[in-house]
Every structure is written in C-alpha cells, then in structure tokens.
Design a protein around this ligand. Structure first.
Ligand code: GUE
Length: 283
C-alpha cells in the first residue's frame, strides 16, 4: 500500500503557485478571492481560516466577509451583485451550508459563473458535463490531480463513485468518464453496494458516514479515495473509509486528514489564479 499524501502535494503546488502569481502580478493582475461566511458553523470557521492562510501565502488579495446568522437572503444577494461587479475579485465563494432561511439555489445562481470558483453554478455544471470545463468543483478536481500525480491510469478501468452530490459525486463521475474510465455512481439506495464496490479498480467514497467502507467493499489492489469528513464520538476527524482495515488491501489510499481536504483548498487557489489570468486575455 502507498499513501496518497494530499498535504505534501498541496504544499508542493503552493510553492509553484506563488511563482505563477508573482509572474501574473508583473502584468498588473493580482488574483483576488473573497469568501462569504454566514453564521457561526464551527467547522466552516476552521476551513475558512485555512483558505485565508493559503490565499495570503500565495500572494492573493483575500478577504472573508462574516455575516450574522440572521442575514436576509435579499441582503446576501445584494452583496453578491456588488462583488460580481468589483474587478478586484476573480473568485467569489459562499461557504455552504447556508442557514435554512436562505435558498442555496438562488445564491449559487446569483454568482457570476466566471467568478464561481466552486464551480457550483448550473452554467459551470453544464460546461463540465458538455466537455468544456471552465470553473470546476475543487474536491473532485483535487482528486484528479492526486490520481495523476501517483500515476493512476484510468483508461478502461472501472470506477465506482459512492455519493451523488452536485459538489462531489456527480462532477467526480464526469471527470473520471472524461479520462475513459467506466463509471458507476452508487448512493444510499444502491442494492448490494459492497459487491458492486468489490469490482471497482477505483473507489471514491463521498457518502458522509464515518467508517462506512470496510474491507469487504474493496478489491485487492484497488485505489481508494476517501472524501469523508466526519467526527467520531471523541471528536476526532475520521473519513468514510475504515482506514486500518482497508489500507492493507489498497494499492493506493488517501488518509483523513491529510488527503483530499488539503487538495480541495489547493484547487480553489489554482482556479482563482486561472480566473485572474483569463481577465488578461478577455479585453
Ligand atoms: N462553498 C463551499 N465550497 C467548499 O469547498 C466547501 C464548502 N462550501 N463548505 C464546506 C466544505 C468542506 N470543505 C473542506 C475543505 C478542506 C478541508 C481540509 O483542509 N481538511 C484538512 C483537515 C481539517 C481539520 O483538521 O479539521 C484535511 O483533510 O487534512 C476540509 C473541508 C470545503 N467545503
């Protein structure tokens, strides 16, 4: 078994990004990433702080707007409209989940697709599915970079994605398909999931249940990617994969923490940089 070290790869890419950003600054453009955080979700706080640190280290303009839990949908939409029009920002990210009184759908639709660094806007989802990706979701994007870095050839392989969210499962399936894998999407209603999983060369698990995937889901030599971020009863961060049990079977496996998470942030930075660079050729 070889560990896929997402943290190390993220650190390596951060150094290269800094160089690219310095170069872009010579052309008068500084990448700008603005994050909007509504309410007090403690997990979001940690994550947003990590992002701010990475953005600053890369030499970006970076800001976090913290809004009260009771912020109205109207006020949030007005803020987004303002940021859409502000040339300083190339990436606008509204941290999810939002409080229940705010429609996530309306908010995501309000972000200019060319600044939608999460790739969650329907326009960007459509661009991805039609084979013309522009802004793409960071978590599956980071997974593709890790697979490439560790020399995983996807051509003709069977891939099973467990989870069908718009932000991970669905875009992940499309990205694997684009590399000529044969892709299946499974979910909570899938029958005989462990038998299905046991046939997969590549297993991507994004189901959101701690330690869900055990040894009897995994074919010997499979590549196992764990997108899970769960807390166990002691508050410890655990993945969707029962690591100790699955690790001896896998040829490659991502840990939690230190796997998919750091690469998600890296890809947000990369995409903000790319969006900033595109403004050079636009006019
Ligand atoms: N609009 C939006 N875009 C997102 O991309 C988004 C979001 N909302 N809401 C929440 C989720 C979650 N997410 C994480 C990214 C990195 C880590 C990460 O860096 N994890 C570290 C450890 C973190 C820790 O120790 O708690 C690791 O896995 O090693 C975690 C979580 C992005 N999300």
């Amino acid at each position: 078994m070889t560990l896929i070290d997402g943290k190390a790869l993220a650190d390596k890419m951060a150094i290269a990004l800094k160089v690219k950003v310095d170069d872009l600054k010579n052309f008068g453009v500084t990448p700008g990433l603005i994050v909007i955080l509504v309410g007090e979700n403690p997990a979001s706080q940690v994550y947003v702080r990590n992002k701010e640190r990475r953005a600053t280290a890369a030499g970006f303009n970076s800001e976090v707007i913290r809004l009260a839990e009771e912020t109205t949908e109207t006020d949030l939409l007005a803020l987004i409209a303002e940021l859409n029009a502000d040339g300083k920002w190339h990436g606008i990210l509204v941290q999810l989940p939002l409080p229940n009184h705010i429609s996530e759908e309306k908010v995501l639709l309000a972000i200019d697709p060319d600044k939608d660094v999460d790739g969650f806007h329907p326009t960007n989802m459509g661009r991805l599915w039609s084979g013309n990706p522009v802004m793409i979701p960071s978590t599956p994007a980071g997974i593709m970079v890790m697979l490439d870095e560790y020399g995983v050839d996807l051509e003709g392989k069977t891939a099973l994605v467990i989870g069908r969210s718009n932000i991970v499962g669905k875009p992940m399936a499309q990205m694997l398909l684009d590399k000529n894998a044969t892709v299946t999407i499974a979910h909570s209603r899938t029958k005989n999931l462990s038998e299905l999983a046991k046939q997969a060369d590549i297993l991507v698990v994004a189901i959101g249940r701690g330690n869900f995937v055990t040894a009897d889901f995994v074919k010997k030599g499979a590549v196992v990617i764990d997108v899970g971020m769960n807390r166990d009863e002691n508050g410890k961060l655990i993945g969707d994969v029962k690591f100790d049990e699955v690790e001896p079977l896998a040829s490659l496996i991502t840990p939690v923490p230190g796997g998919v998470g750091p690469m998600t942030i890296t890809m947000l930075m990369e995409q903000t940089y790319e969006a900033a660079k595109r403004t050079l050729t636009k006019n």
